[in-house]
Design a binder for this molecule. Structure first.
Ligand SMILES: NC(=O)c1ccc[n+]([C@@H]2O[C@H](COP(=O)([O-])OP(=O)(O)OC[C@H]3O[C@@H](n4cnc5c(N)ncnc54)[C@H](OP(=O)(O)O)[C@@H]3O)[C@@H](O)[C@H]2O)c1
Length: 284
C-alpha cells in the first residue's frame, strides 16, 4: 500500500512519530504501520488523533497504534508524554521528529519561547534526550529529524535566537530548520557507541497544512506544483526503515541521497553553541 512493503518486516519494532495527524507525518505513520510496527503517536489534539488512529488501523489492519497526548509547545507536556511512554515501553527502535510549524507572526510556546524555535527545534531536542535511554535499549535504533532546504536562507542568530528584536517569519522558520541539521550533526557521534544513528532530511516541497498561515491562497492550487504528502514522506521512511542507510549517521538527505547542506549547517562550533544553548533552554 505504500513505498515500503506491507507485511511484518517491522513486527516487534516500536516507533514514535511526531506530527502524524496530517501531512508527511501521517504518511510516515501509515507506512510504518503497514510494515507491522507498533506506532506511538504523540499528538496535541486527541480528537484529531483518534480519527487518524482509526484511519491508520483501517487502512493497514494494524491495531498497535497508540495515541498519547503531547503538545510540543510545552516542555511539561513533552515530559509527561515521555514519562507515559517509558511506563508502557521498555525500548524504542525508531524516533521520527517530524512535527513542525511555520508561524507568520511572533508567537510563543507555553514556556514563553518563540514558537518556531520552540516547536521545531527545542521540542525535538528535549524529546530526543528524554528518549535516549529507550533508544539505547532498542539498539540498533534510528532517529530521523525532518529539516528543510529552507535552512539555506540563514545562519544561526546567536545574538537573538528568538528574533525578539526584529521578527522575521522566514528567518525564524529557516533557522529552526538549520537547528535540526546542527542538532543532528552534534548528536550523531555522541550516540554512535550506543548503536543509535541520527539523520535529517528535506522532504521536498509538499502540499500540506504547513503553509496555511504563510500563504493560505496557495491551498487550492498546491497539488499542481507541490509533491503529495505520500511522495514527501519517502525519504523519511527510507531513513527510518530502509536497509541502505544502515549505519549511516549525521547526514542530511534529499530524495534518499546524502546532500551537502549549507556552510552554516556544517559549522561544528555553531552546532556546539546551539547544543549548549538548547540545554539551557530545556534544562537538560
Ligand atoms: N511541506 C513542505 O513542503 C515541507 C518542506 C520542508 C520541510 N517540511 C517539514 O516537514 C515536517 C512536517 O510538516 P508537514 O509539511 O507535514 O506539515 P503539516 O501537515 O502542517 O503537519 C504538521 C504536524 O505537526 C503537528 N504539530 C504542530 N505543532 C504541534 C505541537 N505544538 N504539538 C504537537 N504536534 C504539533 C501538527 O499537528 P496538528 O494536526 O494538531 O496541527 C501536524 O500533525 C515539518 O517539520 C516541516 O518543517 C515540510
Amino acid at each position: 500500500m505504500h513505498n515500503i512493503e506491507p507485511g511484518n518486516r517491522l513486527a516487534n519494532k516500536i516507533a514514535v512519530i511526531t506530527g502524524a495527524t496530517s501531512g508527511i507525518g501521517k504518511e510516515t505513520a501509515l507506512a510504518l504501520a503497514a510494515a507491522g510496527a507498533t506506532v506511538v503517536l504523540p499528538v496535541r489534539n486527541l480528537k484529531k488523533g483518534e480519527d487518524v488512529k482509526k484511519e491508520i488501523s483501517g487502512r493497514t489492519g494494524n491495531t498497535e497504534i497508540v495515541l498519547m497526548e503531547c503538545d510540543l509547545a510545552s516542555f511539561d507536556s513533552i515530559r509527561n508524554f515521555t514519562d507515559e511512554f517509558k511506563q508502557r515501553f521498555d525500548c524504542l527502535h525508531i524516533l521520527v521528529n517530524n512535527a513542525g510549524i511555520w508561524e507568520k507572526r511572533f508567537n510563543t510556546t507555553k514556556d514563553g519561547i518563540e514558537m518556531n524555535f520552540g516547536v521545531n527545534h527545542l521540542a525535538p531536542f528535549l524529546l530526543t534526550h528524554l528518549l535516549l535511554g529507550r533508544l539505547k535499549a532498542g539498539a540498533p535504533s534510528r532517529i530521523v529529524n525532518v529539516a528543510s532546504e529552507a535552512h539555506r536562507y540563514t545562519g544561526f542568530n546567536f545574538d537573538d535566537p528568538e528574533f525578539r528584536n526584529s521578527y522575521s517569519s522566514l528567518r525564524s522558520y529557516s533557522q529552526s530548520k538549520l537547528a535540526n541539521i546542527l542538532f543532528t550533526r552534534h548528536l550523531a557521534p555522541l550516540v554512535e557507541k550506543d548503536g543509535i544513528t541520527v539523520n535529517c532530511l528535506h522532504p521536498g516541497v509538499v502540499a500540506t497544512n504547513l503553509f496555511d498561515k504563510i500563504i493560505p491562497f496557495i491551498r487550492p492550487v498546491a497539488g499542481i506544483f507541490m509533491a503529495s504528502p505520500r511522495k514527501g514522506a519517502e525519504t523519511t521512511i527510507f531513513l527510518a526503515t530502509g536497509t541502505e542507510p544502515d549505519g549511516e549517521t549525521g547526514g542530511y538527505w534529499v530524495k534518499k541521497k546524502r546532500k551537502k547542506p549549507s556552510r552554516a549547517a556544517l559549522d561544528d562550533d555553531a552546532a556546539r553553541r546551539l547544543w549548549d544553548l538548547s540545554r539551557e533552554y530545556t534544562g537538560i
